[in-house]
Design a binder for this molecule. Sequence first.
Ligand code: HEM
Ligand SMILES: [Cu+2]
Length: 629
Amino acid sequence: MSNNHDKHADDHGHHELGFWQKYIFSTDHKVIGIQYGITALVFLFFGFSLMMAMRWSIAHPGEPIPVFGFLIKLLLGSDNASAQFANNIMTGTLYNSFGAMHGTIMVFLAVVPLAFGAYGNYVTPLQVGAPDMAFPRLNMVSYHTYWPGGLIMLISFFVPGGAAKSGWTSYSPLASIADHGQGIWHIFNGQTLWLLGMVMLITSSLFGSVNLIVTIVQLRVKGLTWFRLPFFTWAQFITAFLLLLAFPPLESAGIMQLMDRLAGTSFFLPSGLYVGGQALEVSGGGSPLLWQHLFWFLAHPEVYVLILPAVGIVAEIIACNTRKPLWGYKSLVFAALFLGFISFSVWAHHMYLTGMGTKVSTFFQLTTVIISIPSVIILTALMISLWGGSIRFNSAMLFATAFLPMFGLGGLTGIPLAFNALDLYLHDTYYVIGHFHYVVAPGTIFALFAGIYHWYPKFSGRMMSEFLGKLHFWPSFVCMNLIFLPMFIQGMAGMHRRWYDGGASYELSQAFIPLFQPLIPVFNAFLEAFGKNPIEGIRAIDLNLVMSWGAWLLALAQVPFIINVLGAWIFGRKAGDNPWGCTTLEWATPTPPPHGNFLKEPVVYRGPYEYSVPGADKDFTPQDEPPKS
Ligand code: HEM
Ligand SMILES: [Cu+2]
């Protein structure tokens, strides 16, 4: 290893690379990490914009979208716009399309590429003391498979009929028969392009996961034993295994669904299928349920692919900003390993309503309850880590601390869903949407923001503005809860997901919510004071307005962040090598780290979180600091 390191430095030290090799077709893990980061942030913004349009339709069904309508027309092209977005009014078809693409883009093009592609690539090799990933060229190929996958998804908005509409879950038989066109549009249509895009994205993830596993196993520097690895690196390691083992079944399933659509097979198409009153001409005999199994066999572990890196980021930030070792480091590691392992045996909790029989559903109920144990251990350890620390509430730490209760709420609201008797009632309602968004949006996305504030000085060499950071944090924190908290209430009131009119045409959404009844006199006192008519009660559907306003304000709250990221690059204060006083190896490099990372191969002498060690001369002892003799 030592020789490799020097040789690498020799190989790359002398010659200057051209623009294309340095920034576009780079093999440097740091450049690739940043490429992933920027691309994924763009997709995050795009996925979020789709949602903002959908929230208009939910809160104001049948009304034209003000101001931004022209952007949607631009996205759709004129034919699709006149069919699905006439007079700037969102149709159900367009809502379905935006909904499916919001889910797909957020999960596969934004959050996973950020959590794993960007952070995994940039930070992990630094934390293990490596000069680069184990397979730098494969790393480059991984990125250059990812963005074309995204591009295919974007192109699908333009083809006749528009982007996929069968949900991010792409359930057959709908997804096998939806969106068929004539001639070349038989291939170039929303759903087929979705599948092609997915095949690219999955392939890219597989390249990335193999690379990360080999890097962590093989390239750890001397002294960096397994239990001296920072928790972030452990989290990435387990995430890589999840991707590696869970994605191939979906990749095969995706290809099978492609064949159902293009080659006349019927893997997922049953016999005797009637569409619009006509028997469909398919060979038949296939199983729609098979698709659901293959999809969820990936998509449940995929949830942990989002969560684990987020938890890893939060752990690093908490340790550094409480100036205390993480509480229960080993229990965190074992809990995460167990979580990764058992995440492969819970998938059918998404399918309780498929008539799977009581024995099978009891099995999945049991495994799902069991998987909550390691999650609770992880969250508890992180919360206890705060105890007694002299906490430094910088922007990174604010996001990381807010992550804990919101992610916790996401997790806890999942427990009722584990029980099939309750899921019968809550399945496919806004309760579920609230539950998983607490995990992925205020949860994971807050952790990803925290990570940007934490590591930005390292990769850019500049400090971000703390003032803008706080201006980003507080409104985001309020708005996130404004959007997602009412979803639980709506869901329990029976409001279904995927309603493009937000429930306007359903009687049950007009029912008053008993929870709010005691507040009505207070409301009415206010209304009276302003000379308005009193109200009788608050209906489930009224909450749509609050949530939609929350979403638009959340968008506004991202302006300080965008200004901060771009502005700090030019105007930010110069960052030192270790501005936060952290212990792990990424801070032992020059800022920003040069090609090959470390000036001299580091040697590790201690665990990852030696903060405030009694008798030490400062309140942190870096991993590569030799013991005093
Ligand atoms: C913070 C901004 C976000 C808002 C306001 C938001 C809002 C919503 C809403 C209201 C729905 C339900 C639409 C319906 O059923 O009619 C939805 C669906 C969904 N969202 Fe989000 N979301 C956000 C972020 C995210 C993130 C970060 C992810 C994933 C990492 C995500 C993944 C999904 C998925 C998978 C669906 C289901 C799509 C489907 O039904 O096929 N969302 N979102
Ligand atoms: Cu699941």
